[in-house]
Design a protein around this ligand. Structure first.
Ligand code: ZN
Length: 199
């Protein structure tokens, strides 16, 4: 890849771009290509960490693995909180079926939303969940109550934090990337310093 970049060999660059996420992540960090780090991180976020091979973990590195594990844990924690707690229904002014709307909302959350958030293979993201709640009518719920409640949820950061967690992790990774030469230079500069410890 270094040779491809150096001599601008397009085939070589295309090969790397289509390579597995762990390698793309390693090369992105190694050569400071933020777009690759970002793309690979998003791809790795979709994988189960336990499915990674030792070689892939080695390519991702300790710092990368730390941010992957932390970001996944933060997102999972937010989804668990959302799935467990049924948000209150915001009743529309003039709603004539308050009781029925409240019951329909509770049922939707307990029997549908929880399953979507905890799906073993393709759990829905919180933003996609809100999109789905906005674009499909919930049986038994009046349109006014549904619209007001979903709009209210869009304003809650708990539902929109996932993207922020990922962006923060990528920013931290790129910060370390920029710091690495400085820290390496510092290590070299203190390597020859003799430290005397009094007995
Ligand atoms: Zn209603």
């Amino acid at each position: 890849m270094a040779m491809s970049a150096l001599f601008d060999i397009e085939d070589g660059m295309k090969y790397v771009k289509s390579d597995p996420a762990a390698l793309q992540f390693e090369l992105g960090r190694c050569y400071g290509i933020e777009a690759w780090v970002e793309r690979a991180f998003y791809r790795l976020m979709k994988d189960d960490l336990s499915s990674l091979t030792l070689n892939e973990v080695s390519q991702i590195g300790l710092t990368g693995f730390f941010w992957l594990a932390r970001t996944k844990a933060r997102i999972q924690s937010a989804r668990n909180t959302i799935a467990f707690n049924v948000p209150p229904l915001v009743n529309a002014e003039g709603c004539r079926t308050v009781e029925r709307c409240m019951e329909a909302w509770k049922c939707e959350w307990e029997y549908s939303v929880r399953q979507l958030l905890h799906h073993p293979e393709q759990p829905i993201s919180c933003v996609d969940l809100l999109d789905q709640l906005r674009n499909s009518h919930i049986a038994g719920l009046c349109y006014g109550c549904q619209d007001l409640t979903v709009t209210w949820l869009w304003g809650k950061s708990l539902f929109t934090d996932e993207e922020r967690f990922v962006e923060q992790a990528i920013a931290e990774l790129m910060k370390v990337q920029r710091d690495e030469p400085i820290r390496a230079a510092l290590r070299d500069s203190v390597a020859g310093v003799k430290i005397e410890i009094p007995l």
